[in-house]
Design a protein around this ligand. Structure first.
Ligand code: G1P
Ligand code: ZN
Length: 540
Protein backbone atom coordinates (compact mmCIF):
# COMPACT_ATOMS: atom_id res chain seq x y z
CA UNK A 1 0.00 0.00 0.00
CA UNK A 2 1.45 3.36 -1.06
CA UNK A 3 0.76 6.10 1.48
CA UNK A 4 1.24 9.65 0.27
CA UNK A 5 2.01 12.32 2.82
CA UNK A 6 0.71 15.70 1.64
CA UNK A 7 2.35 18.74 3.29
CA UNK A 8 -0.11 21.32 4.59
CA UNK A 9 -0.42 24.31 6.90
CA UNK A 10 -3.15 25.02 9.48
CA UNK A 11 -6.35 26.95 8.70
CA UNK A 12 -7.73 29.29 11.34
CA UNK A 13 -11.22 28.64 12.67
CA UNK A 14 -11.59 24.88 12.34
CA UNK A 15 -13.31 24.76 15.72
CA UNK A 16 -16.30 22.40 15.85
CA UNK A 17 -19.46 24.20 17.04
CA UNK A 18 -22.71 22.86 18.51
CA UNK A 19 -22.68 20.12 15.91
CA UNK A 20 -19.34 19.69 14.16
CA UNK A 21 -17.46 21.98 11.79
CA UNK A 22 -19.79 23.98 9.55
CA UNK A 23 -18.68 26.35 6.83
CA UNK A 24 -19.64 27.47 3.38
CA UNK A 25 -18.92 24.95 0.61
CA UNK A 26 -16.39 27.35 -0.90
CA UNK A 27 -14.46 27.29 2.38
CA UNK A 28 -14.54 23.50 2.53
CA UNK A 29 -13.55 23.23 -1.13
CA UNK A 30 -10.21 25.02 -0.64
CA UNK A 31 -7.28 22.68 -1.18
CA UNK A 32 -6.39 20.89 2.10
CA UNK A 33 -9.32 22.35 4.08
CA UNK A 34 -11.45 19.22 4.52
CA UNK A 35 -8.31 17.06 4.52
CA UNK A 36 -6.76 19.03 7.40
CA UNK A 37 -9.86 18.60 9.52
CA UNK A 38 -10.29 14.89 8.76
CA UNK A 39 -6.60 14.21 9.37
CA UNK A 40 -6.86 16.07 12.70
CA UNK A 41 -9.72 13.74 13.62
CA UNK A 42 -7.68 10.67 12.64
CA UNK A 43 -4.66 12.00 14.54
CA UNK A 44 -6.48 12.35 17.85
CA UNK A 45 -9.40 9.92 18.13
CA UNK A 46 -9.07 6.64 19.99
CA UNK A 47 -9.23 3.40 18.07
CA UNK A 48 -7.63 -0.01 17.82
CA UNK A 49 -5.52 -0.87 14.75
CA UNK A 50 -7.75 -2.06 11.93
CA UNK A 51 -10.83 -0.34 13.40
CA UNK A 52 -14.05 0.24 11.49
CA UNK A 53 -15.14 3.74 10.46
CA UNK A 54 -18.64 4.67 9.28
CA UNK A 55 -18.99 7.41 6.67
CA UNK A 56 -22.19 8.94 5.38
CA UNK A 57 -23.82 12.23 4.66
CA UNK A 58 -27.07 13.97 3.88
CA UNK A 59 -26.41 14.03 0.14
CA UNK A 60 -25.81 17.75 -0.09
CA UNK A 61 -23.53 19.37 -2.67
CA UNK A 62 -19.84 18.38 -2.13
CA UNK A 63 -20.84 15.23 -0.18
CA UNK A 64 -19.38 12.71 -2.61
CA UNK A 65 -16.10 14.57 -3.10
CA UNK A 66 -15.35 14.63 0.61
CA UNK A 67 -16.51 11.05 1.18
CA UNK A 68 -14.16 9.60 -1.40
CA UNK A 69 -11.27 11.64 -0.03
CA UNK A 70 -12.11 10.57 3.54
CA UNK A 71 -12.04 6.92 2.43
CA UNK A 72 -8.57 7.33 0.87
CA UNK A 73 -7.41 9.01 4.08
CA UNK A 74 -8.94 6.38 6.36
CA UNK A 75 -7.01 3.68 4.48
CA UNK A 76 -3.76 5.61 4.95
CA UNK A 77 -4.48 6.12 8.64
CA UNK A 78 -4.75 2.46 9.56
CA UNK A 79 -8.48 1.80 9.52
CA UNK A 80 -9.32 -1.78 8.59
CA UNK A 81 -12.79 -1.16 7.22
CA UNK A 82 -15.07 1.68 6.14
CA UNK A 83 -18.85 1.26 5.98
CA UNK A 84 -20.33 3.89 3.69
CA UNK A 85 -23.95 4.43 2.71
CA UNK A 86 -24.83 3.84 -0.93
CA UNK A 87 -24.65 7.11 -2.86
CA UNK A 88 -22.85 8.59 0.13
CA UNK A 89 -26.17 8.70 1.96
CA UNK A 90 -26.73 7.97 5.65
CA UNK A 91 -29.13 9.97 7.75
CA UNK A 92 -27.57 11.11 11.01
CA UNK A 93 -29.63 8.70 13.18
CA UNK A 94 -28.97 5.86 10.72
CA UNK A 95 -25.23 6.58 10.90
CA UNK A 96 -25.43 6.49 14.69
CA UNK A 97 -27.17 3.11 14.51
CA UNK A 98 -24.68 1.67 12.01
CA UNK A 99 -21.75 2.74 14.22
CA UNK A 100 -23.32 0.93 17.20
CA UNK A 101 -24.55 -2.13 15.34
CA UNK A 102 -21.25 -2.92 13.61
CA UNK A 103 -18.97 -2.00 16.52
CA UNK A 104 -17.27 0.84 14.65
CA UNK A 105 -14.79 3.03 16.51
CA UNK A 106 -16.62 6.08 15.21
CA UNK A 107 -18.00 7.80 12.16
CA UNK A 108 -17.77 10.86 9.97
CA UNK A 109 -21.14 12.44 9.27
CA UNK A 110 -21.07 14.95 6.45
CA UNK A 111 -23.90 17.37 6.91
CA UNK A 112 -24.84 20.92 7.74
CA UNK A 113 -28.18 19.61 9.01
CA UNK A 114 -31.00 22.06 8.28
CA UNK A 115 -28.77 24.69 6.64
CA UNK A 116 -29.26 25.15 2.89
CA UNK A 117 -27.08 23.25 0.40
CA UNK A 118 -25.48 24.00 -2.96
CA UNK A 119 -22.24 25.53 -4.27
CA UNK A 120 -22.83 28.81 -2.39
CA UNK A 121 -24.36 27.27 0.71
CA UNK A 122 -23.26 25.19 3.66
CA UNK A 123 -21.30 22.03 4.33
CA UNK A 124 -20.21 20.32 7.51
CA UNK A 125 -18.25 17.45 9.02
CA UNK A 126 -18.98 15.93 12.39
CA UNK A 127 -17.17 13.12 14.17
CA UNK A 128 -19.19 10.63 16.23
CA UNK A 129 -17.58 8.28 18.73
CA UNK A 130 -18.06 4.54 19.29
CA UNK A 131 -21.32 4.95 21.23
CA UNK A 132 -22.78 6.45 18.03
CA UNK A 133 -23.07 9.95 19.46
CA UNK A 134 -21.40 13.27 18.69
CA UNK A 135 -17.89 13.55 20.08
CA UNK A 136 -17.90 15.19 23.50
CA UNK A 137 -16.15 18.51 24.05
CA UNK A 138 -12.90 16.93 25.28
CA UNK A 139 -12.59 15.22 21.87
CA UNK A 140 -13.68 18.20 19.77
CA UNK A 141 -11.25 20.41 21.70
CA UNK A 142 -8.43 17.97 20.96
CA UNK A 143 -9.40 17.88 17.27
CA UNK A 144 -9.39 21.68 17.17
CA UNK A 145 -5.99 21.84 18.87
CA UNK A 146 -4.62 19.44 16.28
CA UNK A 147 -5.98 21.55 13.38
CA UNK A 148 -3.77 24.39 14.63
CA UNK A 149 -0.52 22.44 14.36
CA UNK A 150 -1.20 20.08 11.48
CA UNK A 151 1.55 19.86 8.86
CA UNK A 152 0.60 16.88 6.68
CA UNK A 153 -2.29 14.66 5.73
CA UNK A 154 -2.13 11.05 4.59
CA UNK A 155 -3.97 9.31 1.78
CA UNK A 156 -3.67 6.34 -0.51
CA UNK A 157 -4.58 6.45 -4.19
CA UNK A 158 -7.86 4.79 -5.09
CA UNK A 159 -11.39 5.19 -6.38
CA UNK A 160 -14.70 3.98 -4.96
CA UNK A 161 -17.99 3.51 -6.77
CA UNK A 162 -20.33 4.83 -4.09
CA UNK A 163 -23.40 3.73 -6.03
CA UNK A 164 -22.64 0.01 -6.21
CA UNK A 165 -23.52 -2.06 -3.13
CA UNK A 166 -20.75 -4.44 -2.10
CA UNK A 167 -17.19 -4.64 -0.90
CA UNK A 168 -14.01 -3.18 -2.45
CA UNK A 169 -10.43 -2.59 -1.40
CA UNK A 170 -8.84 0.85 -1.15
CA UNK A 171 -5.18 0.36 -0.26
CA UNK A 172 -5.35 -2.51 2.23
CA UNK A 173 -8.67 -1.34 3.67
CA UNK A 174 -12.08 -2.89 3.01
CA UNK A 175 -14.78 -0.48 1.85
CA UNK A 176 -18.31 -1.82 2.19
CA UNK A 177 -20.98 0.19 0.39
CA UNK A 178 -24.13 -0.58 2.38
CA UNK A 179 -27.87 -0.05 1.97
CA UNK A 180 -28.43 3.14 3.99
CA UNK A 181 -32.02 2.28 4.91
CA UNK A 182 -32.14 -1.46 5.76
CA UNK A 183 -30.52 -1.50 9.21
CA UNK A 184 -32.42 1.57 10.32
CA UNK A 185 -35.81 0.29 9.13
CA UNK A 186 -35.22 -2.97 10.97
CA UNK A 187 -34.43 -1.05 14.17
CA UNK A 188 -37.67 0.92 13.86
CA UNK A 189 -39.67 -2.29 13.40
CA UNK A 190 -38.14 -3.60 16.62
CA UNK A 191 -39.25 -0.54 18.63
CA UNK A 192 -42.75 0.16 17.35
CA UNK A 193 -46.01 -1.69 16.86
CA UNK A 194 -46.06 -1.64 13.06
CA UNK A 195 -49.10 -3.96 13.03
CA UNK A 196 -51.16 -1.48 15.06
CA UNK A 197 -50.14 1.38 12.77
CA UNK A 198 -50.96 -0.72 9.68
CA UNK A 199 -54.41 -1.43 11.11
CA UNK A 200 -55.00 2.28 11.66
CA UNK A 201 -53.90 3.01 8.09
CA UNK A 202 -56.22 0.30 6.76
CA UNK A 203 -58.99 1.92 8.81
CA UNK A 204 -58.50 5.22 6.98
CA UNK A 205 -55.83 7.03 9.01
CA UNK A 206 -53.92 9.37 6.67
CA UNK A 207 -50.73 11.36 6.85
CA UNK A 208 -48.43 13.70 4.93
CA UNK A 209 -44.66 13.55 5.37
CA UNK A 210 -42.45 16.28 3.92
CA UNK A 211 -38.89 15.00 3.42
CA UNK A 212 -37.90 18.49 2.23
CA UNK A 213 -35.85 17.03 -0.68
CA UNK A 214 -33.36 15.85 1.90
CA UNK A 215 -32.01 12.61 3.29
CA UNK A 216 -35.14 11.14 4.90
CA UNK A 217 -36.94 10.61 1.58
CA UNK A 218 -35.72 7.03 0.99
CA UNK A 219 -36.21 6.14 4.67
CA UNK A 220 -39.73 7.54 4.77
CA UNK A 221 -40.81 5.88 1.52
CA UNK A 222 -39.56 2.50 2.73
CA UNK A 223 -41.02 2.72 6.22
CA UNK A 224 -44.21 4.75 5.78
CA UNK A 225 -45.33 3.72 2.32
CA UNK A 226 -43.85 0.22 1.86
CA UNK A 227 -43.89 -1.21 5.39
CA UNK A 228 -46.79 0.67 7.00
CA UNK A 229 -49.03 0.89 3.97
CA UNK A 230 -49.62 4.63 3.75
CA UNK A 231 -50.74 5.62 0.26
CA UNK A 232 -48.15 6.37 -2.43
CA UNK A 233 -47.53 10.10 -2.36
CA UNK A 234 -47.75 10.29 1.44
CA UNK A 235 -44.05 11.18 1.31
CA UNK A 236 -43.63 14.54 -0.37
CA UNK A 237 -40.32 15.90 -1.72
CA UNK A 238 -38.93 12.40 -1.21
CA UNK A 239 -35.91 12.53 -3.51
CA UNK A 240 -32.72 13.84 -1.87
CA UNK A 241 -31.36 16.77 -3.92
CA UNK A 242 -27.91 18.32 -3.63
CA UNK A 243 -29.43 21.75 -3.03
CA UNK A 244 -32.66 20.58 -1.35
CA UNK A 245 -34.56 22.17 -4.21
CA UNK A 246 -33.21 25.57 -3.16
CA UNK A 247 -35.01 25.45 0.21
CA UNK A 248 -33.87 25.44 3.81
CA UNK A 249 -34.43 21.82 4.82
CA UNK A 250 -35.52 22.98 8.28
CA UNK A 251 -38.80 21.51 9.51
CA UNK A 252 -40.30 24.55 11.18
CA UNK A 253 -43.33 26.71 10.58
CA UNK A 254 -41.40 29.02 8.27
CA UNK A 255 -39.58 26.56 6.03
CA UNK A 256 -42.20 23.80 6.12
CA UNK A 257 -45.00 26.27 5.49
CA UNK A 258 -46.61 24.17 2.76
CA UNK A 259 -47.06 21.28 5.12
CA UNK A 260 -48.43 23.58 7.79
CA UNK A 261 -50.96 25.03 5.35
CA UNK A 262 -51.97 21.53 4.22
CA UNK A 263 -52.51 20.52 7.85
CA UNK A 264 -54.68 23.56 8.56
CA UNK A 265 -56.83 23.05 5.45
CA UNK A 266 -60.38 21.66 5.78
CA UNK A 267 -59.35 18.42 4.04
CA UNK A 268 -56.15 17.97 6.06
CA UNK A 269 -54.86 14.45 6.67
CA UNK A 270 -54.89 13.13 10.24
CA UNK A 271 -51.20 13.59 10.80
CA UNK A 272 -48.40 15.69 9.31
CA UNK A 273 -44.66 15.51 9.83
CA UNK A 274 -41.39 16.65 8.32
CA UNK A 275 -37.70 16.10 8.85
CA UNK A 276 -34.57 18.11 8.13
CA UNK A 277 -31.50 17.90 5.87
CA UNK A 278 -29.86 14.99 7.71
CA UNK A 279 -32.95 13.37 9.21
CA UNK A 280 -32.48 14.07 12.89
CA UNK A 281 -35.13 16.78 13.38
CA UNK A 282 -38.90 16.42 13.31
CA UNK A 283 -41.95 18.61 12.93
CA UNK A 284 -45.27 17.29 14.22
CA UNK A 285 -48.57 18.78 13.15
CA UNK A 286 -51.91 17.13 13.72
CA UNK A 287 -54.97 18.06 11.71
CA UNK A 288 -55.51 21.70 12.73
CA UNK A 289 -53.07 21.40 15.63
CA UNK A 290 -49.36 22.28 15.69
CA UNK A 291 -47.39 20.64 18.48
CA UNK A 292 -44.30 22.52 19.70
CA UNK A 293 -41.19 20.34 19.96
CA UNK A 294 -41.14 20.96 23.73
CA UNK A 295 -44.73 19.72 24.02
CA UNK A 296 -43.99 16.82 21.70
CA UNK A 297 -41.23 15.64 24.04
CA UNK A 298 -43.60 15.81 27.00
CA UNK A 299 -46.47 14.07 25.20
CA UNK A 300 -44.23 11.33 23.84
CA UNK A 301 -42.73 10.74 27.28
CA UNK A 302 -46.18 10.52 28.85
CA UNK A 303 -47.32 7.90 26.32
CA UNK A 304 -44.13 6.08 25.31
CA UNK A 305 -45.08 2.94 27.25
CA UNK A 306 -47.64 2.24 24.50
CA UNK A 307 -44.80 1.34 22.12
CA UNK A 308 -43.23 -2.12 22.54
CA UNK A 309 -39.69 -0.71 22.74
CA UNK A 310 -40.64 1.38 25.78
CA UNK A 311 -43.25 -0.88 27.39
CA UNK A 312 -41.06 -1.21 30.48
CA UNK A 313 -41.31 2.53 31.16
CA UNK A 314 -38.74 5.29 31.06
CA UNK A 315 -35.65 5.59 33.25
CA UNK A 316 -35.58 9.35 33.02
CA UNK A 317 -36.03 12.30 30.67
CA UNK A 318 -33.47 14.87 29.56
CA UNK A 319 -34.08 18.19 27.85
CA UNK A 320 -31.82 21.02 26.79
CA UNK A 321 -32.03 24.07 29.02
CA UNK A 322 -33.92 26.31 26.54
CA UNK A 323 -36.54 23.57 26.00
CA UNK A 324 -39.76 24.23 27.94
CA UNK A 325 -40.40 22.62 31.29
CA UNK A 326 -43.40 20.65 29.97
CA UNK A 327 -41.37 17.42 30.13
CA UNK A 328 -40.39 18.13 33.74
CA UNK A 329 -44.05 17.90 34.75
CA UNK A 330 -44.39 14.51 33.06
CA UNK A 331 -41.21 13.25 34.73
CA UNK A 332 -42.57 14.34 38.09
CA UNK A 333 -45.86 12.54 37.49
CA UNK A 334 -44.00 9.40 36.40
CA UNK A 335 -41.67 9.62 39.40
CA UNK A 336 -38.54 9.65 37.23
CA UNK A 337 -35.66 12.17 37.05
CA UNK A 338 -35.53 15.01 34.52
CA UNK A 339 -32.11 16.40 33.53
CA UNK A 340 -31.48 19.88 32.11
CA UNK A 341 -28.46 20.00 29.79
CA UNK A 342 -26.84 22.64 27.57
CA UNK A 343 -27.99 22.98 23.96
CA UNK A 344 -26.66 20.26 21.66
CA UNK A 345 -27.27 16.52 21.48
CA UNK A 346 -23.75 15.68 22.60
CA UNK A 347 -24.71 16.49 26.20
CA UNK A 348 -27.26 13.64 26.26
CA UNK A 349 -24.68 10.96 25.40
CA UNK A 350 -23.35 10.34 28.90
CA UNK A 351 -26.83 10.26 30.43
CA UNK A 352 -27.99 7.73 27.83
CA UNK A 353 -24.85 5.59 28.14
CA UNK A 354 -25.17 5.56 31.94
CA UNK A 355 -28.79 4.43 31.71
CA UNK A 356 -30.04 7.55 33.49
CA UNK A 357 -32.48 8.60 30.77
CA UNK A 358 -34.49 6.92 28.02
CA UNK A 359 -35.95 9.89 26.15
CA UNK A 360 -34.36 13.25 25.32
CA UNK A 361 -35.43 16.35 23.49
CA UNK A 362 -34.64 19.87 22.41
CA UNK A 363 -36.92 22.77 21.54
CA UNK A 364 -35.19 22.90 18.15
CA UNK A 365 -37.29 20.00 16.85
CA UNK A 366 -35.03 17.27 18.15
CA UNK A 367 -36.37 14.23 19.95
CA UNK A 368 -34.83 10.81 20.45
CA UNK A 369 -34.14 7.95 22.79
CA UNK A 370 -31.53 5.46 23.89
CA UNK A 371 -31.99 3.44 20.64
CA UNK A 372 -29.21 5.57 19.05
CA UNK A 373 -27.09 8.48 20.24
CA UNK A 374 -28.51 11.16 17.96
CA UNK A 375 -31.86 12.80 17.76
CA UNK A 376 -34.06 10.97 15.30
CA UNK A 377 -36.74 12.56 13.13
CA UNK A 378 -38.49 9.45 11.83
CA UNK A 379 -38.31 7.81 15.25
CA UNK A 380 -40.38 10.67 16.69
CA UNK A 381 -42.87 10.38 13.83
CA UNK A 382 -43.21 6.63 14.37
CA UNK A 383 -43.64 6.97 18.13
CA UNK A 384 -46.42 9.49 17.52
CA UNK A 385 -48.04 7.14 14.99
CA UNK A 386 -47.75 4.21 17.41
CA UNK A 387 -49.37 6.20 20.23
CA UNK A 388 -52.19 7.55 18.05
CA UNK A 389 -52.85 4.09 16.58
CA UNK A 390 -53.07 2.42 19.99
CA UNK A 391 -55.11 5.18 21.61
CA UNK A 392 -57.34 5.88 18.62
CA UNK A 393 -57.42 9.63 19.32
CA UNK A 394 -56.52 12.66 17.22
CA UNK A 395 -53.40 14.76 17.85
CA UNK A 396 -55.62 17.63 18.96
CA UNK A 397 -57.51 15.48 21.47
CA UNK A 398 -54.29 14.04 22.84
CA UNK A 399 -52.81 17.53 23.26
CA UNK A 400 -55.87 18.92 25.01
CA UNK A 401 -56.02 16.01 27.37
CA UNK A 402 -52.31 16.43 28.13
CA UNK A 403 -52.64 20.16 28.87
CA UNK A 404 -55.74 19.60 30.99
CA UNK A 405 -53.70 17.27 33.15
CA UNK A 406 -50.31 19.03 33.24
CA UNK A 407 -51.07 22.64 32.31
CA UNK A 408 -49.63 24.28 29.21
CA UNK A 409 -46.20 25.77 28.57
CA UNK A 410 -46.76 28.41 25.88
CA UNK A 411 -43.51 28.64 23.99
CA UNK A 412 -41.74 30.34 21.09
CA UNK A 413 -38.20 30.95 19.91
CA UNK A 414 -37.27 34.19 18.18
CA UNK A 415 -34.17 34.07 15.96
CA UNK A 416 -32.27 37.14 14.78
CA UNK A 417 -30.11 35.80 11.97
CA UNK A 418 -26.86 37.02 10.39
CA UNK A 419 -26.48 39.72 13.00
CA UNK A 420 -23.14 41.53 13.14
CA UNK A 421 -20.98 39.32 15.40
CA UNK A 422 -19.54 42.22 17.39
CA UNK A 423 -23.03 43.58 18.08
CA UNK A 424 -24.32 40.19 19.19
CA UNK A 425 -21.32 39.64 21.44
CA UNK A 426 -21.80 43.11 22.94
CA UNK A 427 -25.45 42.33 23.73
CA UNK A 428 -24.51 39.11 25.50
CA UNK A 429 -21.59 40.76 27.34
CA UNK A 430 -23.74 43.64 28.55
CA UNK A 431 -26.55 41.36 29.65
CA UNK A 432 -24.12 39.03 31.40
CA UNK A 433 -22.80 41.98 33.39
CA UNK A 434 -26.32 43.07 34.29
CA UNK A 435 -27.47 39.64 35.52
CA UNK A 436 -26.74 40.22 39.23
CA UNK A 437 -28.74 43.46 39.22
CA UNK A 438 -31.83 42.00 37.50
CA UNK A 439 -33.66 40.23 40.37
CA UNK A 440 -36.41 42.50 41.67
CA UNK A 441 -36.60 44.52 38.45
CA UNK A 442 -40.17 45.12 37.29
CA UNK A 443 -40.83 45.03 33.54
CA UNK A 444 -44.48 45.68 32.70
CA UNK A 445 -46.51 43.12 34.65
CA UNK A 446 -43.44 40.91 35.20
CA UNK A 447 -40.95 40.86 38.07
CA UNK A 448 -37.55 39.25 37.67
CA UNK A 449 -37.04 36.56 40.30
CA UNK A 450 -33.62 35.26 39.27
CA UNK A 451 -31.09 35.61 36.46
CA UNK A 452 -27.98 33.62 35.68
CA UNK A 453 -25.64 32.26 33.06
CA UNK A 454 -26.31 28.54 32.69
CA UNK A 455 -23.46 26.24 33.65
CA UNK A 456 -23.75 22.46 33.50
CA UNK A 457 -21.90 19.87 35.50
CA UNK A 458 -22.23 16.50 33.80
CA UNK A 459 -23.52 14.10 36.48
CA UNK A 460 -21.67 11.20 34.89
CA UNK A 461 -18.13 12.48 34.27
CA UNK A 462 -18.17 15.69 36.30
CA UNK A 463 -17.11 17.86 33.34
CA UNK A 464 -18.28 21.47 33.50
CA UNK A 465 -19.65 23.44 30.53
CA UNK A 466 -20.08 27.11 31.41
CA UNK A 467 -21.59 30.02 29.48
CA UNK A 468 -24.43 27.98 27.99
CA UNK A 469 -27.07 30.72 27.79
CA UNK A 470 -28.45 33.57 29.89
CA UNK A 471 -31.63 32.84 31.86
CA UNK A 472 -34.06 35.40 33.20
CA UNK A 473 -36.72 33.85 35.42
CA UNK A 474 -39.81 35.76 36.46
CA UNK A 475 -41.78 35.50 39.69
CA UNK A 476 -44.84 34.12 37.83
CA UNK A 477 -42.81 31.17 36.50
CA UNK A 478 -42.29 32.60 33.01
CA UNK A 479 -38.82 32.61 31.54
CA UNK A 480 -36.63 34.16 28.84
CA UNK A 481 -33.37 32.62 27.66
CA UNK A 482 -30.82 34.40 25.47
CA UNK A 483 -28.01 32.60 23.67
CA UNK A 484 -25.96 32.78 20.50
CA UNK A 485 -26.18 29.95 18.00
CA UNK A 486 -23.21 27.64 17.63
CA UNK A 487 -24.20 26.30 14.22
CA UNK A 488 -24.52 29.39 12.02
CA UNK A 489 -22.05 30.12 9.23
CA UNK A 490 -22.75 33.84 8.70
CA UNK A 491 -22.26 36.47 11.41
CA UNK A 492 -24.11 35.60 14.61
CA UNK A 493 -27.60 34.30 15.29
CA UNK A 494 -29.25 35.52 18.47
CA UNK A 495 -31.83 33.11 19.87
CA UNK A 496 -34.42 34.35 22.35
CA UNK A 497 -36.50 31.61 23.96
CA UNK A 498 -39.82 32.62 25.54
CA UNK A 499 -41.92 30.49 27.84
CA UNK A 500 -45.07 31.19 29.86
CA UNK A 501 -46.86 28.53 31.90
CA UNK A 502 -50.53 28.32 32.76
CA UNK A 503 -52.03 25.51 34.80
CA UNK A 504 -55.60 26.28 33.76
CA UNK A 505 -55.63 28.57 30.73
CA UNK A 506 -54.89 25.96 28.08
CA UNK A 507 -56.77 27.32 25.09
CA UNK A 508 -55.16 30.67 24.38
CA UNK A 509 -53.13 31.82 21.37
CA UNK A 510 -49.38 31.62 21.91
CA UNK A 511 -48.48 35.16 20.68
CA UNK A 512 -50.95 36.73 23.12
CA UNK A 513 -49.62 34.65 25.99
CA UNK A 514 -46.04 35.69 25.18
CA UNK A 515 -46.58 39.40 24.42
CA UNK A 516 -45.40 40.65 27.85
CA UNK A 517 -42.33 38.44 27.66
CA UNK A 518 -41.43 39.71 24.19
CA UNK A 519 -41.59 43.29 25.47
CA UNK A 520 -39.54 42.30 28.51
CA UNK A 521 -36.86 40.68 26.32
CA UNK A 522 -36.42 43.96 24.47
CA UNK A 523 -36.39 46.01 27.67
CA UNK A 524 -33.87 43.77 29.37
CA UNK A 525 -31.48 43.00 26.52
CA UNK A 526 -31.81 46.02 24.20
CA UNK A 527 -32.08 43.82 21.11
CA UNK A 528 -32.96 46.70 18.75
CA UNK A 529 -30.29 48.98 20.22
CA UNK A 530 -27.56 46.37 19.76
CA UNK A 531 -28.59 44.68 16.53
CA UNK A 532 -30.65 47.28 14.73
CA UNK A 533 -33.42 44.68 14.41
CA UNK A 534 -36.94 45.39 15.57
CA UNK A 535 -38.33 41.96 14.81
CA UNK A 536 -36.99 38.42 14.57
CA UNK A 537 -36.26 36.77 11.21
CA UNK A 538 -37.72 33.45 12.25
CA UNK A 539 -40.28 32.57 14.90
CA UNK A 540 -40.65 28.91 15.73
C1 G1P B 1 -29.09 24.35 16.98
C2 G1P B 1 -30.17 24.05 17.99
C3 G1P B 1 -29.73 22.93 18.90
C4 G1P B 1 -29.33 21.71 18.06
C5 G1P B 1 -28.31 22.11 17.01
C6 G1P B 1 -28.00 20.95 16.07
O1 G1P B 1 -27.93 24.79 17.64
O2 G1P B 1 -30.50 25.19 18.74
O3 G1P B 1 -30.75 22.62 19.80
O4 G1P B 1 -28.81 20.70 18.87
O5 G1P B 1 -28.80 23.20 16.24
O6 G1P B 1 -29.13 20.53 15.38
P1 G1P B 1 -27.55 26.33 17.78
O7 G1P B 1 -27.51 26.90 16.40
O8 G1P B 1 -28.65 26.97 18.59
O9 G1P B 1 -26.23 26.33 18.50
ZN1 ZN C 1 -30.20 17.91 11.56
Amino acid sequence: MTIHSHPTTPFAGQKPGTSGLRKKVRVFAQPNYAENFIQSVFDVVERAPGATLVIGGDGRFHNRVVIVQAIRMAAANGYGRVLVGQGGILSTPAASHVIRKYGASGGLILSASHNPGGPDEDFGIKYNIANGGPAPEAVTDAIFARTQTIDRWLAVPGEVDLDRLGTNLVGDMTVAVIDPVADYAELMESLFDFAAIRRAVAGGFTMAFDAMSAVTGPYAVEILERRLGFAAGTVRNGTPLEDFGGHHPDPNLVHARELYDAMMAPDAPDFGAASDGDGDRNLIIGRHRFITPSDSLAMLAANAHLAPGYAGGLKGIARSMPTSAAADRVAKALGIPCFETPTGWKFFGNLLDAGKVTICGEESAGTGSDHVREKDGLWAVLLWLNILAVRGVSVDALAREHWAKFGRNYYARHDYEAVDSAAANALIAELTQALPSLPGRVVGPLTVAAADSFSYTDPVDGSVSAGQGLRVLFACGSRIVFRLSGTGTEGATLRVYLEAYSATDIDRETPAMLADLIAAAEAIAGIARHTGRTRPDVVT
